[in-house]
Design a protein around this ligand. Structure first.
Ligand code: DAH
Length: 327
């Protein structure tokens, strides 16, 4: 019996190796592994095997069967070629989950800030990022020889155009196109050729505010900024104004806000503000004897960085998903 099994195994494997196509393979399968095949034909002979030899012979029988089956599967795979060896696609298998995106931390800040001013009655104005020098400088009472107009501090383009260096351009655009009273904010990108470091970038964002009416005073200005600080940073927030100079406001002040940073209330410089200079009113055709107004400009990137504890402005523009995912 053992001899018969050895023979079956060796001839079976030899013949299988010679099989060249699917048809021959099927014939081989029927011949060796089929229900009327040679392996099955050996089964009845088990009865003739002596009792004590039965376990060894039985084991050998299984071995040969397994060897022939494995060799058959192998041969079938090789004959079918590489395409058939690829695992079949299970269309019912769940797919890979898609990462859901989220709004950029800056976009969110812009929405939040716009929302707070919106509740105070400010509508949103817009203007181009490519500006002319009149809107960026002249109309804002910034004379030709002012250091802010230095070519090294601005991105000048051809034909008297430039990338706006401040959103104060929107003051001019808004006033030129409408009659007072008016109350607008504008949010947008501004450009300056600063060397990039943790707090400087050649492009950043500002929110500009402008309020023009009769009898507007510094009290209105401070109250507006104060209400914003309270609404945005919380009930303990404060606003501080330090005397300063801007060509388009008189008097002018720097704005600081006291906000909670990592659990501690701290003062942060956010921008500038003041009462609209009569020269600016004249530039847009408003009578400075009749109209008064205030304006302010705050750094949005600074607000977002302080509020969310972002230590480096460059991270906001690198679009590294690991950073963005945190907000
Ligand atoms: N445009 C100024 C800047 O970029 C900020 C600013 C200061 C805006 C005073 C204003 C203002 O509207 O009144 O530095």
């Amino acid at each position: 019996m053992l001899k018969a099994l050895d023979d079956l195994e060796s001839t079976g494997l030899d013949e299988l190796a010679a099989v060249a196509d699917a048809e021959a393979l099927e014939q081989w399968r029927v011949c060796y592994l089929g229900t009327k095949g040679r392996l099955k034909a050996l089964m009845p002979r088990m009865k003739t095997v002596a009792g004590e030899d039965k376990p060894a012979v039985g084991r050998r029988l299984n071995e040969v069967k397994r060897a022939l089956e494995l060799a058959f599967q192998d041969r079938r795979t090789t004959l079918a070629g590489p395409a058939a060896s690829v695992a079949p696609i299970d269309v019912t298998e769940p797919g890979f989950p898609m990462g859901t995106g989220r709004r950029h931390v800056l976009s969110r800040t812009i929405d939040e800030v716009t929302d707070v001013f919106g509740r105070m009655g400010f509508s949103v104005a817009e203007g181009p990022e490519v500006e002319d020098e009149w809107h960026n400088f002249d109309a804002l009472n910034i004379p030709r020889d002012h250091p802010a107009r230095d070519p090294r501090d601005n991105f000048f383009l051809r034909d008297g155009l430039m990338l706006r260096s401040q959103t104060s351009t929107i003051q001019i655009r808004t006033m030129s196109g409408s009659t007072p009273p008016l109350r607008v904010i504008a949010v947008g990108r501004v450009y300056r050729p600063d060397t990039h470091d943790a707090t400087h970038y050649s492009m950043f964002h500002q929110v500009e505010g402008l309020y023009v009416d009769r009898h507007v005073t510094m009290v209105d200005l401070k109250t507006t900024l104060f209400q914003f600080a309270r609404a945005y940073f919380g009930p303990e927030a404060e606003v501080r104004m330090r005397p300063s100079f801007f060509p388009f406001t008189e008097p002018s002040a720097e704005v600081d806000m006291k906000m909670k940073i990592k659990g501690r209330w701290q003062w942060t410089e956010l921008g500038g503000c003041g009462m609209v200079d009569p020269h600016v009113f004249k530039a847009v055709g408003y009578d400075p004897e009749e109209w008064t107004g205030f304006a302010f400009g705050l750094g949005i990137d600074r607000i977002a960085m302080r509020k969310y504890g972002i230590a480096d402005i460059r991270w906001m523009f690198e679009n590294d998903a690991r950073f963005l995912r945190q907000f």
